[in-house]
Design a protein around this ligand. Sequence first.
Ligand SMILES: Nc1ncnc2c1ncn2[C@@H]1O[C@H](COP(=O)(O)OP(=O)(O)O)[C@@H](O)[C@H]1O
Ligand SMILES: [Mg+2]
Length: 257
Amino acid sequence: MSAFFELSGVTKNFGGVRAVDNMSFAIEKGELAGLMGPNGAGKTTIFNLVTGVYGVDCGTITFKGEDLARFKTYDIVHKGISRTFQNLRLFQRSSVVENVMTAAQHGIPYTFAEGMTHLGRWRRKEKEIKAKSMELLERVGLADRANQAAGTLPYGHQRRLEIARALALDPELLLLDEPAAGMNAEEVISLNALIRDLHRDFELTILVIEHHMDLIMEICPHIVCMNFGAKIAEGTPDEIQGHPEVLKAYLGEEEEE
Ligand SMILES: Nc1ncnc2c1ncn2[C@@H]1O[C@H](COP(=O)(O)OP(=O)(O)O)[C@@H](O)[C@H]1O
Ligand SMILES: [Mg+2]
């Protein structure tokens, strides 16, 4: 039996830069896993490869036994993988709820023209989408902000909105790219609780990228650590914490900061 989600020997070069180097790991259904590593390690590139933003140079990425190489981003979303972005990609001028509704429309089986000719059905559907979007906003703690422009939200709230939008795509596998970036300590604590709750309540498999060691250690029982595109360690927080390669990678980074 193949794993729920698996990278096998994945390599990606950008010109002379090997961003991902023979990367392999597997995540089982229902896991809350972490992908950790210093800045520039290749973490975001992995998400870009998984979601079809780039093609792999070598290796395979499989989801529920299917090689994702043949599919475009749009199809990969329909297969049940959605993500957030390290650099936020919200529609800044649209309202908070509209940002979620745009994503929630993904499953509608008819076109705009059909929508116009079946106006009643379309309106009903829109109501459903709005209700679903409001529910998701409730979950991430933004229901009271629904009608304000997304760009006017504090940064930490915009990160939560990105999560609501990714959930609106009904993922089985949710990829979170540095969801805590730019948050203060208090916001990080409540974000951790949110990720744990979503994992449990939506029966999601989650892979979260974080470059801060402590955050990922707290919520992820399974951690993959990478540096210079390659895996340097994999295991439980205890195994990762004391791992010589991990310490070495992070020591170098602290010196840079
Ligand atoms: N589109 C791209 N073109 C050229 N180089 C890239 C591109 N995307 C990423 N890289 C390079 O790949 C390496 C890994 O980047 P990235 O995956 O963003 O790291 P991380 O998310 O771990 O900080 C870096 O050296 C980065 O400059
Ligand atoms: Mg990144």
